[in-house]
Design a protein around this ligand. Structure first.
Ligand code: ADP
Length: 389
């Protein structure tokens, strides 16, 4: 198990608090993380299964009428690693649960509308994690630096954005804003690499040097963004980005902790599983019903262990009282096992009503031991799942 070497909650360590000054930020620093690169990567990978299950829960909640969603805004200058970051986050979760939107120079149609129009069109629907590669903040960044519109217009936008984001939060969207801040020197090195490598030249744009020349103006524009739009409801996290592994680790951890605190459970259903099971069984052969019966303990206990593991990881993250959380986990386990007993009893009853069914007893050999075996084999299986990602 990779070691958790966060010494401070990254949401605290990286948040743009009032008085934050970008100019004095060390872009090679790793605030809040007490380990090195290898440890950081290992720990980040160890979050994969938790993150993926939390995302699935959010998705499930959205399916049954939940209103919550998460919006991850990623901003940063060229070469800061936005694209890699976005791919990285998306790699951890089920593609159907995330929606990606990239915002470039507005199209003719987009220019006909209010600047938030194209953003609103791409907001995540309930249950989804939306990832924005650039965002409405371009409308106070590049627009300000390149003087694309008058100051009297863009200067009004900060308050407007705050108000708009507030409404978004009130309607159920959790907003996480990340600014990837690469140093001037590192940007130079990364741009040079793009020129040197034939396989990376496509990433280079001849306009990149013009943007680089406006480095200081962009820093000022970012500082203004942090000063004016790092709000309680939608804070900015400023990630030093000279070490890509750190910015990825930090974003992964902040996203994970945010989802954990949302306390997303599996939705309960409004219909009766017994009635549905009875009806489904009518369409099944006796042989497949027997097979399903015999598989039930392993299938259910494996799912149970996974769910309990998420609860345990979540409790660790929330610094919950370990005794109290173990008690809650034990209670949840008991609920699952009672449900399992009822399921097995019901399936035996369904089989008993059939003339061609083999004789089954409550303690047919294998069932009890299967339950334990499944619980034990869980760990190794999960490890496999993780390493695949
Ligand atoms: P990237 O550079 O992120 O790979 P693109 O090649 O699509 O993506 O370019 C994005 C460009 O669009 C950036 O130069 C950015 O400043 C610009 N842009 C994004 N939003 C706006 C906007 N609202 N107004 C003007 N330019 C914008």
């Amino acid at each position: 198990m990779a070691e958790n070497l966060w010494t401070t909650d990254p949401r605290e360590a990286l948040r743009a608090h009032p008085g934050f000054t970008l100019a004095s930020m060390d872009r090679r620093a790793t605030p809040g993380w007490g380990g090195d690169k290898a440890q950081g990567k290992a720990f980040m990978d160890s979050r994969a299964s938790l993150l993926s299950e939390l995302q699935e829960r959010l998705f499930a909640e959205g399916r049954v009428g939940g209103k919550r969603s998460v919006l991850v805004v990623v901003q940063g200058l060229d070469t800061a690693g936005k694209g890699g970051m976005v791919r990285h986050v998306m790699g951890y979760v089920d593609p159907q649960g995330v929606s990606l939107a990239s915002f470039g120079v507005p199209t003719e149609e987009e220019r006909q509308h209010h600047y938030l129009w194209r953003i609103e069109n791409k907001l995540p629907t309930p249950g989804r994690i939306g990832v924005f590669d650039r965002s409405h903040y371009e409308d106070v960044l590049v627009v300000r630096v390149d003087e694309l519109i008058e100051e009297s217009v863009w200067s009004e936008r900060y308050d407007e954005i705050n108000e708009w984001e507030k409404q978004l939060v009130e309607s159920g969207t959790t907003i996480l804003k990340f600014a990837l801040m690469v140093s001037h020197e590192e940007q130079g090195i990364r741009l040079m690499e793009r020129l040197d490598r034939p396989d990376k030249r496509w990433k280079y744009s001849t306009g990149d040097l013009d943007t680089r020349a406006k480095w200081h103006a962009f820093q000022e524009a970012y500082q203004a963004v942090f000063d004016r739009t790092s709000t309680e409801h939608a804070p900015w996290y400023v990630l030093p980005a000279d070490r890509k592994w750190f910015s990825r680790l930090a974003l992964t951890e902040i996203l994970t902790r945010t989802l954990v605190e949302m306390e997303i459970g599996w939705p309960s259903v409004r219909w009766s599983p017994e009635v549905q099971r009875r009806n489904l069984a009518k369409s099944m052969s006796t042989a497949s019903l027997v097979e399903s019966y015999e598989d039930t303990p392993a299938v259910v206990t494996e799912a149970m262990e996974e769910t309990l593991e998420v609860r345990r990881d979540s409790a660790d993250l929330l610094d919950a009282d370990p005794d109290a959380s173990e008690q809650r986990i034990a209670a949840r386990r008991a609920e699952w096992l009672t449900d399992l007993e009822e399921t097995l009893a019901h399936k035996r009853e369904l089989l008993a009503a059939r003339d061609d069914a083999p004789a089954l007893t409550a303690d047919i050999p294998g069932i009890g031991s299967k339950t334990k075996k499944a619980a034990k084999s869980k760990k190794s299986k999960k490890g496999k799942k993780k390493s695949k990602k």
